[in-house]
Design a protein around this ligand. Structure first.
Ligand SMILES: Nc1nc2c(c(=O)[nH]1)N(C=O)[C@@H](CNc1ccc(C(=O)N[C@@H](CCC(=O)O)C(=O)O)cc1)CN2
Ligand SMILES: Nc1nc2c(ncn2[C@@H]2O[C@H](COP(=O)(O)OP(=O)(O)OP(=O)(O)O)[C@@H](O)[C@H]2O)c(=O)[nH]1
Ligand SMILES: [Mg+2]
Length: 429
């Protein structure tokens, strides 16, 4: 196993840079620079010298954590350096020259923590979200997962599943070869518990996935050309993100504007005006992108006079309500005017209200899409089990549910998942 190192404290220059080393050679490599290491888990100030030529590189605070009681589960050393670029670069160069040491990949410290059983996959996912959290609700949700909220929920289900499987095994042991149906009463009890567990899982997976909270609710502004979509986008985010002009077909590409309001992250998406009759090939591509954006929308803001395209959550807006004749159109949710500024605050209030139903509930455990898919698969296996009369088939479905739970917490076949998860991490985490 290589010994890895990386700055864990963010990009220099900074007041202090924390450089971490983890792996079998962490202690002797650090001692090569520092002479001696402080007692485990105690800070000590040491001059760091380049082992190649004895030159003083920095005077640093050092912490040594013997494995497995460390963040990675391996021997781990922290060098708290002065955070200038050249200081960090010089220490990194001195470390890289030591045999058996190399720079860490993104997320590699956490990956090792996972391999060493310091945390499970759902906790690592929570940690990844925590590093990216920008709003309070994102931070709370991520902390809950990082602290084992998802893991405990899945463990509790897995425990019920285990008891169920034990009952099935007991029945199978008692029944003779020709009669695997078992006693009717206990089969009914097993089927009822399988159905109840499926129901409990379904309740949790019905909650919106945490990605909505993490990536922002996708609000797509759509309608015919020249309706005032880009004008509205600019008014909503109070800056000129999109070009506005009286010429129909001004917006071609989709324009994405992330914005945080009242602690909720939103992703506003302005689109090309929808027309069927475009002869301009570039405009036609834009219309295709607008339709794709509509397919992915959490909320559609529709600025057309024709009725909106089908979508579970839309607001039908009446733009240009300052123009005579457009003051009060029927069946519209909100009237807007870029001239008077009317309607933008009301629109945000409506969006805030919709957000409540589209985001995971703040005080409950919620799953990300990956975890939700797997929990959904477990619930399906249990529902199938609940409909079986043959105990062997029940047992097979229970094993399927078990595999799904194991994948949520990372006990089985997760290499590919790990690569994609940790590529999102910062180097040094
Ligand atoms: N300087 C520094 N600050 C940091 C981290 C770090 O690695 N270094 N962390 C990086 O994520 C977070 C804290 N995470 C950590 C998790 C476990 C252990 C650890 O040594 N655990 C041992 C001993 C616990 C104890 O002191 O009782 C253990 O669990 O056995 C250290 C940091 C946030 N702040
Ligand atoms: N009077 C009035 N004019 C508006 C209002 N909103 C937009 N306009 C004008 O309508 C024209 C078109 O506005 P845009 O925001 O570019 O419309 P769009 O829907 O983005 O148009 P495309 O990108 O071409 O599809 C511009 O000249 C705006 O100044 C409004 O509320 N009142
Ligand atoms: Mg536009």
């Amino acid at each position: 196993m290589d010994t890895i190192f990386a700055v864990s404290s963010g990009a220099p220059p900074a007041a202090i840079a924390v450089l971490r080393l983890s792996g079998p050679r962490a202690f002797d490599a650090a001692a090569l620079l520092a002479g001696t290491l402080p007692a485990p888990r105690r800070a000590g100030l040491r001059p760091l010298h380049d082992p190649a030529n004895g030159e003083l590189l920095d005077r640093a605070l050092i912490l040594a954590f013997p494995g497995p009681r460390s963040a990675s589960g391996e021997d781990l050393v922290e060098l708290h350096l002065h955070g200038g670029r050249a200081v960090v670069r010089a220490v990194e160069a001195a470390l890289a020259a030591i045999h058996g040491l190399r720079a860490a990949e993104p997320g590699e410290f956490t990956r090792r923590a996972l391999l060493n059983g310091r945390l499970d996959l759902s906790e690592a996912e929570g940690l990844g979200d925590l590093l990216m959290a920008e709003t309070e609700s994102q931070r709370r949700m991520a902390t809950r997962a990082a602290e084992g909220g998802v893991r405990r929920q899945v463990e509790q289900w897995a425990e019920r599943l285990l008891q169920l499987a034990a009952q099935v095994e007991a029945q199978l042991d008692h029944s003779d070869e020709d009669d695997v149906a078992g006693s009717a009463d206990s089969l009914d009890a097993i089927r009822a518990e399988a159905a109840a567990l499926a129901q409990d899982i379904a309740e949790v997976t019905a909650r919106p996935p945490t990605e909505r909270l993490r990536d922002g609710l996708r609000v797509v502004l759509a309608g015919p050309p020249n309706a005032g979509k880009s004008t509205l986008l600019n008014a909503m985010i109070e800056r000129d993100a999109a070009i506005v002009s009286p010429i129909a077909g001004t917006t071609r590409d989709r324009i994405e504007a992330p914005v945080v309001r009242n602690g909720t992250a939103w992703l506003l998406i302005d689109t090309a005006g929808l027309t069927d009759s475009s002869t301009d090939p570039i405009e036609a591509i834009g219309v295709g992108r607008a339709r794709a954006a509509l397919d992915e929308a959490d909320i559609v803001l529709w600025l057309g006079d024709e009725s909106p395209p089908p979508h579970p959550t839309f607001l039908w807006l009446n733009p240009r309500c300052d123009v005579p004749g457009r003051e009060a159109l029927p069946a519209r949710d909100i009237a807007l005017s870029a001239v008077t500024g009317e309607g933008v605050d009301a629109l945000w209030l409506r969006l805030d209200a919709l957000a409540g139903d589209l985001l995971p509930p703040p005080d409950l455990i919620a799953f990300n899409a990956r975890q939700r898919d797997l929990a959904g698969a477990a619930a399906r296996s249990l529902s199938i089990a609940a409909a079986q009369h043959d105990l062997l088939l029940v047992a097979e479905e229970l094993r399927g549910a078990r595999r799904a739970f194991d994948s949520i917490t990372g006990r089985t076949d997760v290499e590919a998942m790990l690569d994609s998860l940790f590529s999102r991490f910062c180097i040094g985490k």
